[in-house]
Ligand binder design. Structure first.
Ligand code: ADP
Length: 472
């Protein structure tokens, strides 16, 4: 079975969030199952040509390896992709994003002919790739090369839809009839994600709970009606994580390593981070970590409401995040006010590993969370997640029960700052009993959220959509 996997970001080449982790990890797992799979993304300025050994195919494309068996193609354009950011600059979306990702989608389809790769199915991810299923069912409907290609569209976050003005619609190259209620028109605007949802053969999202939530008014972002109509084609498949990368036994960014039988290395990393970040070096004071895009979605409004109360608790707080300027300001104040905090308002992959390893607890008070990777990564590093019960967080974190010892984290339901604060206090209570806490840490490190199971589910879906059985 031949699959083309399209994503606007792919680890290790370019990343702003979880989508990149998925796109860099799932294709090699699918290849292990016997799928012939190729990946396509734009060639952004940040992608290091030499380090990743990119080879020129022609003026518009280059190619490299994602893994031994997976080739990755880069759509090049001086005009569209030779910029510092992927989608924006200083918090402002690039004004020509529609033109940029139209170019990416059209060039991706053209590339297939160029390299003579006719996939059975194209797996598209998020709005940046959403024009591909639309083109296949409109412009390319009768083209013998393209007409039988099936599509799966994965929603990684319904909150980002690729919304543009009506005036910009012609830039898609689509017939004006596609700008309709049954097409890309959305309250007078051009909505690319809507196109992906309407024109693809199957839709998936990244957890079962989120698949249900997006069919409701509260979380459907205006697209709940379409998702309800397509509910028999909609499936939730949980993301996994790559344990070669997110592993305290081997991670090359850590100076000390550890495992579930010996946690000494974890405390050494904690002491090193405390030293480097000018935090008091105290093993027994719990370190609360947070690594996140600074966006409302991530629950930062309720977090900010009680940030003073949190910082006055017997804990240390370390934040790594970037995004909305209003949160940059709030956290900059926190840094000035509290000596037990370390505020890092930047994107820093190397620091992220250290924080996951050094922290005792990891907080994710998200308003909504399609899957969430932070809690899965935290488990692997023996760092206990404190989460709100939503989306993938609800599907992976089970509230700790002091009496039975069941559970792997701390969970609250209501989207309220007082519930968040109480949950942190509850976790601090459990932390006081070092034997109980250690048990919890060891148990969390034994959780398995590897890609194997999820890759098999995608594989089954591909078989179902293409009506093919792969014999390996
Ligand atoms: P989302 O994709 O919505 O941002 P996820 O939890 O799915 O959230 O994935 C976020 C990923 O990005 C995780 O791997 C997390 O560690 C990483 N990340 C987020 N912010 C930063 C940052 N400022 N620096 C380094 N890594 C970050």
């Amino acid at each position: 079975m031949k699959i083309l996997f399209c994503s606007s970001e792919v680890v290790p080449f370019a990343k702003t969030g979880g989508l990149a982790d998925v796109a860099g990890t799932l294709p090699p797992e699918l290849a292990k199952l016997g799928v012939e799979i190729k990946v396509v993304l734009p060639k952004y300025k940040c992608i290091d040509t030499e380090k990743f050994k990119l080879e020129k195919l022609d003026a518009e494309t280059s190619v490299a390896k994602l893994s031994d068996s997976v080739d990755v193609y880069f759509i090049e354009s001086q005009k569209y992709f030779a910029r510092d950011g992927l989608y924006q600059d200083k918090g402002e979306d690039y004004p020509d994003n529609l033109e940029r990702f139209t170019y990416y989608c059209t060039q991706t389809l053209k590339l297939l002919k160029k390299i003579d790769f006719k996939p059975d199915l194209i797996h598209c991810n998020d709005w940046q790739t959403a024009l591909i299923p639309v083109y296949l069912k409109t412009i390319y409907k009768k083209d013998p090369f393209y007409k039988d290609i099936k599509t799966v569209f994965t929603i990684h976050n319904l909150g980002y839809q690729g919304l543009f003005t009506e005036e910009e619609f012609p830039q898609t190259g689509l017939d004006e009839s596609v700008f309709s209620v049954d097409g890309l028109e959305f309250y007078g605007k051009t909505n690319l994600l809507k196109g992906g949802l309407l024109f693809s053969d199957k839709i998936t999202t990244v957890s079962q709970t989120y698949a249900q939530e997006i069919q409701t008014k509260e979380f459907g972002c205006g697209l709940e009606g379409i998702l309800q109509n397509r509910k028999t084609d909609l499936l939730g498949i949980l993301n996994g994580i790559n344990y070669e990368e997110w592993n305290p036994k081997t991670n090359k960014h850590l100076n000390t390593h550890y495992n579930d039988e010996n946690l000494d290395g974890k405390y050494a990393i904690k002491a090193e981070l405390q030293k480097n970040k000018n935090l008091p070096i105290e093993k027994d004071v719990p370190l609360l970590g947070m690594i996140t895009r600074l966006a409302d979605q991530k629950g930062l409004d309720i977090f900010a409401e009680v940030i003073d109360r949190i910082c006055q608790l017997p804990l240390q707080f370390i934040l790594l995040g970037t995004g909305d300027p209003k949160y940059h300001e709030i956290f900059a104040q926190v840094q000035k006010k509290y000596k037990n905090t370390s505020i890092n308002l930047t994107f820093d992959a190397a620091l992220a590993y250290k924080i996951y390893a050094a922290s005792d607890m990891f907080v994710m008070p998200s308003y909504y969370e399609p899957c969430g990777l932070g809690q899965l990564i935290s488990f692997s590093f023996g760092t206990i997640p404190l989460v709100r019960k939503t989306g993938g967080l609800a599907d992976t974190v089970v509230d700790y029960n002091l009496k039975t010892g069941d559970g792997n984290g701390f969970v609250f339901s209501g989207y309220k700052s007082k519930d968040l604060l109480q949950t942190i206090e509850r976790a601090l209570g459990v932390y006081k009993d070092s034997a109980v806490w250690k048990n919890l840490v060891v148990k969390s490190m034994q959780e398995d959220f590897s890609w194997g199971q999820s890759a098999k589910k995608y594989f089954k879906l591909y078989e179902e959509v293409t009506k093919q059985k792969v014999v390996v």
